[in-house]
Design a binder for this molecule. Structure first.
Ligand SMILES: Nc1ncnc2c1ncn2[C@@H]1O[C@H](COP(=O)(O)OP(=O)(O)OP(=O)(O)O)[C@@H](O)[C@H]1O
Length: 212
């Protein structure tokens, strides 16, 4: 899929946070394999979304190192091969569902027909010409998931992807994750992962470091 190093994630003695003097993660060391499903667990406020932003490169550690495929998370060699799907949908309210699919299909390896088929499978067919701002929360969440996971990638991070989804959509997302995980890394932050999700490794942020 790529000639770069596989996109394993490695945190070494990472202390990081959002407010000076209040680390959200302290001295956290962990590894996420370049293949298979890794679950990220921990109580509210234990730093799961902070870990997501360290992997995305948006947040830089105060101490320690974060590497994705042996490189800095915000390096060009990593960005096009990684997808991040944050918890809260950030859609364009006055753009239709179809507009979002067109835009997302511009991702590396993206294809509009594939995106439309995925949308229909998730039950978005009747809403393709509706503005995103008018969607129900679960429907918006489905579109957000599609928007963030378009094209070819080797690592995808999904922060609470199942929240607000109906059971049929949960099955579709699990099915896609299982296929992706055959040859790439899928990181899933979920308080209650669905029973059918094959989680091969677990990162527990209660034990990965010491919270401040
Ligand atoms: N974008 C942000 N700006 C400021 N502070 C943040 C931000 N994201 C997280 N924090 C803070 O970092 C700490 C860890 O929060 P984080 O969201 O990483 O935990 P979490 O394990 O994802 O929690 P939850 O299970 O509630 O989603 C909290 O004190 C939180 O207030």
């Amino acid at each position: 899929m790529s000639d770069g190093e596989p996109l394993a994630v490695r945190l070494d003695q990472v202390t990081a946070g959002w407010i000076e003097g209040k680390p959200a993660l302290r001295s956290a060391s962990l590894t996420i394999a370049a293949r298979g499903v890794t679950g990220v667990v921990g109580p509210n406020g234990s730093g799961k979304s902070t870990l997501v932003e360290l992997i995305s490169g948006y947040l830089r550690p105060w101490q320690g190192t974060v590497q994705v495929g042996g490189a800095a998370p915000d390096s060009g060699s990593v960005r096009s091969r990684r997808r991040i799907c944050r918890t809260a949908p950030a859609l364009f309210g006055l753009m239709t569902v179809r507009d979002h699919l067109v835009l997302s299909a511009r991702a590396p390896g993206g294809d509009l027909d594939v995106q439309v088929r995925r949308a229909e499978r998730l039950g978005l067919g009747p809403w393709l010409d509706e503005n995103a701002g008018t969607l129900s929360s679960g429907t918006a969440k489905k579109l957000w998931y599609l928007f963030c996971t378009a094209g070819d990638f080797e690592l995808v991070v999904l922060d609470e992807p199942f929240n607000a989804l109906d059971l049929g959509a949960v099955d579709v997302v699990v099915d896609e994750i299982v296929r992706w995980a055959e040859d790439r890394a899928v990181v899933v932050v979920a308080h209650q992962p669905p029973a059918g999700l094959p989680v091969e490794a677990v990162v527990d942020l209660e034990t990965a470091g010491h919270r401040g």
